[in-house]
Every structure is written in structure tokens, then in C-alpha cells.
Design a protein around this ligand. Structure first.
Ligand code: NAP
Ligand code: G4F
Length: 351
């Protein structure tokens, strides 16, 4: 029997990011009205959601975009009053760990205080809403794996510290005001839509470009770091499931498996028939002042209470990501407008 489409309205901060784009897709498919917060920029920054956008003059358009910023409280208040959503997914953040060492104050202001601005707006308006906070395994930092909902935090970056602030703020609003506010403590999740300076996307892009003869080498930092890499579209299903639960609670989403950065490079280069050791070089600019050595999550609470389970594991993820890079480079769009172009040099200063 087909389920009737929902009449609910969701508000997503960070809709232009990796997770926001998959979540918007997922909620639109369920029939939601989806409102997203976007930052005004001098260039277009909506490429991850352009395929979802319909002219708002068309009847039935259900994706609505609004300019705003996490640092602008009054805008958050006016938008939330106007939209009156049933569910808020707070995904926006300065989300790059290495960059957070360069911009600690900005990271604290957006990734940390941004959460209290949003929650305070909800409280002041008196909205009856369910709230999802994008918490992170980076909060566990130096605490050894496996990490679960009761594992103590020991953050190792300004980003991690800011996420701990957001985590406790969310719990405090749940306890103090009875708000349905939950933390999803998500371990690393990746996809072809991952930002280009995160390590998996950087390696997948490099492997594809090297396989096509467009480049020779990629420069990386610490190859020994252990991560638990899952597939982003599956993780947004878990975010939604948390907001449908009977009671608000915090959940870890992870695969429970462990691979090093070196493993990811080996898997990715092997998929295009290359030996990673011939193409990966070291550059200390990609090291962090303090590193998180190992993150391996225990997602058993989410499996037990939400029925959420990962379906894609790191070796398949590596293949998905490198195949996506190859088809982007070789597809018809690439012939019309090669991007970044055959002479591309990786100028990213952190990543
Ligand atoms: P992402 O791709 O970096 O997206 C971040 C989003 O936040 C973008 O839409 C960005 O807008 C927006 N944003 C940044 N600063 C903002 C501000 N001041 N005001 C309004 N919007 C702002 O991140 P993601 O990988 O999708 O992750 C989503 C969330 O989950 C983040 O909070 C991240 O920290 C957290 N998280 C991610 C992972 C992971 O492995 N991906 C794991 C755990 C937790 P622009 O497009 O304009 O830059
Ligand atoms: O891909 P990364 O930059 O991700 P990181 O630091 O684990 O953070 C990501 O996952 C968190 C969840 O745990 C999120 F909260 C956060 O928003 C973000 O999505 O780096 C992964 C590992 C690190 O140990 C890093 O030192 O890869 C190592 N690495 C080695 N060479 C590199 C590089 N990382 C990057 N970005 N670039 C390199 O060249």
C-alpha cells in the first residue's frame, strides 16, 4: 500500500552543502515542503541543489530558498516565524577541521554559537518544532574507539570544540524547555558531492585525473589517520528517522568499520589500475596542530531504536567516488565546459 505524501514543512540550514542537498532530495521525495537557508555570494553556490529547483511561479514547486546567515539572529527569527516549520535540520557550519585552526573565532561563531542563535529563535517565537543538530564524531577527538553515545568528548580542534558547544546547547534546550531537540553524532560520510578539500574527495578526484593523464601527483598529509567512512545519502535517512522517533534522544550513525587514509588511497587508485605509492606525495601543510588519530563508531543504538543501518562500506564508497569523477571528466558536460580544465593545478591552501 502506498503511503500518503506528508504535508509537513522542513527548514534546512546548510542546504547547499553535501548533506543538505541529499536531505532536501530525500524530504522532497517524501512530499515535504522544503525551505533552505542560503548565503548570498557573488558567485552561484547552489550547484548541489540546482537539479531540485523549480521556478517558484510553477504550481507545485516545493523547494523554497531564503537568504540568511547563521551569524544574523534577527534574520533567523523572521524566517522561522514566516515559515513555521514542523522540522528544523541544522546542518550549516564551517565544517572543515583543518580550516578551523586558521579561523577559530569564525568557526566558533558559526559552528558553535550559530546553534544557540537558531535554538533561541525557536524558543522566542514559541515554535512547536522538532530540531536536529548536526553533531560530529570529531567531538570524541582523542578518546579511543569504539565511540558511542556515552563516550566522553575530548575535542582536538576549534571545530570539535564548537561542535561540543552545539551538542550541549541542544541537550540543554531539550532539558530546560522540553523541546524535541536531538543530536545526530555522525561519523565521516562521503559522496561524489563531498567538498573537494576533504580527503576522500581529494583522493578520488586525483585518482581519476591521474588515470586520464591530466595530473601526475597529489599531495596529502597524515596517511595513518583512521576513519569510519560511510555513504552520505544513507546518513540523511538517519537524520530524518531521529526526528520521527517517539522521544527525543541522541544517536551515533557510523559503519563501525575502520580504514586509514592510506587504505582509502590504495582502494581508490587500484580501482583505476594505478599504484598509489607512485602518485601520492607528502606535504606538511595538510597536517593539523592536533590530530584525531582514530574514529570508529558503534551505531548499535540507532539500529536498535531507529532501524537505521549502513549499507555502503568504504571499499564500495571509494569506487562510487572515483567512478563519479571519471564520468564528470569524460561525460558530455566535460566536453562543453571542462572544469577545472586539463591544466588545473590544486591551489587549495588547506585541505
Ligand atoms: P558542508 O558540505 O561543508 O556544508 C556546510 C553548509 O553550511 C553549506 O551549505 C554552507 O553554505 C553552510 N554554511 C556555512 N557557514 C554558514 C553560515 N555562516 N551561514 C549559513 N550557512 C552556512 O558540510 P556537510 O558535509 O554537508 O555537513 C553537514 C553538517 O554536518 C555540518 O554541520 C558538519 O559540520 C556536520 N558533520 C558532517 C560530517 C561529514 O562527514 N560530512 C560528519 C559529522 C558532522 P555554503 O555552500 O554557502 O558554503
Ligand atoms: O577528510 P578530512 O578533512 O575529514 P575530518 O577531519 O575527519 O572531518 C570530517 O569529518 C568529521 C566527522 O568526524 C566532520 F565533523 C567534519 O565536518 C568533516 O566532515 O580528514 C580526514 C583525515 C584527517 O585525519 C586528516 O588529517 O585525513 C587526513 N588527511 C591527510 N591528508 C587529510 C589530508 N585531510 C584533508 N582534508 N586533506 C589532506 O590532504
Amino acid at each position: 500500500m502506498n503511503q500518503a505524501p506528508t504535508t509537513k514543512t522542513a527548514f534546512i540550514t546548510g542546504i547547499t552543502g553535501q548533506d543538505g542537498s541529499y536531505l532536501a532530495e530525500f524530504l522532497l521525495a517524501k512530499g515535504y515542503q522544503v525551505h533552505g537557508l542560503i548565503r548570498r555570494a557573488s558567485t552561484f553556490n547552489t550547484h548541489r541543489i540546482d537539479h531540485l529547483y523549480r521556478d517558484p511561479h510553477e504550481p507545485g514547486a516545493r523547494l523554497h530558498l531564503h537568504y540568511g546567515d547563521l551569524t544574523d539572529s534577527s534574520r533567523l527569527v523572521s524566517l522561522l516565524s514566516e515559515i513555521a516549520p514542523d522540522e528544523v535540520y541544522h546542518l550549516a557550519a564551517q565544517s572543515h577541521v583543518r580550516v578551523s585552526f586558521d579561523e577559530p573565532e569564525f568557526t566558533a561563531n558559526t559552528t558553535g554559537v550559530g546553534t544557540v542563535r537558531l535554538l533561541e529563535a525557536i524558543r522566542m517565537i514559541g515554535l512547536d518544532v522538532r530540531f536536529y543538530q548536526a553533531s560530529s564524531s570529531e567531538m570524541f577527538g582523542a578518546t579511543p574507539p569504539p565511540q558511542h553515545e556515552e563516550t566522553p568528548f575530548h575535542p582536538r580542534s576549534p571545530y570539535g570544540v564548537s561542535k561540543v558547544f552545539g551538542y550541549w546547547t541542544t541537550r540543554n534546550y531539550r532539558e530546560a524547555y522540553g523541546l524535541f531537540a536531538v543530536n545526530g553524532i555522525l561519523f565521516n560520510h562521503e559522496s561524489p558531492r563531498r567538498g573537494e578539500t576533504f580527503v576522500t574527495r581529494k583522493i578520488a578526484r586525483a585518482a581519476a585525473r591521474i588515470a586520464l593523464g591530466l595530473e601526475q601527483h597529489v599531495y596529502l598529509g597524515n596517511l595513518d589517520a583512521v576513519r569510519d567512512w560511510g555513504f552520505a545519502p544513507e546518513y540523511v535517512e538517519g537524520m530524518w528517522a531521529m526526528l520521527q522517533a517517539d522521544e527525543p534522544a541522541d544517536y551515533v550513525l557510523a559503519t563501525g568499520t575502520a580504514y586509514t587514509v592510506e587504505d582509502f588511497a590504495r582502494l581508490t587508485f587500484a580501482h583505476v589500475g594505478l599504484d598509489w605509492t607512485r602518485h601520492v606525495r607528502f606535504d606538511d601543510r595538510y597536517l593539523r596542530p592536533t590530530e584525531v588519530d582514530a574514529l570508529i563508531g558503534d551505531p548499535s543504538k540507532a539500529a536498535r531504536e531507529l532501524g537505521w543501518r549502513p549499507r555502503t562500506f568504504t571499499p564500495e564508497l571509494a569506487r562510487i567516488m572515483v567512478d563519479a569523477e571519471l564520468s564528470q571528466l569524460q561525460g558530455p558536460a566535460a566536453e562543453v565546459a571542462p572544469f577545472p580544465g586539463p591544466g588545473f593545478v590544486d591551489r587549495s591552501i588547506a585541505g
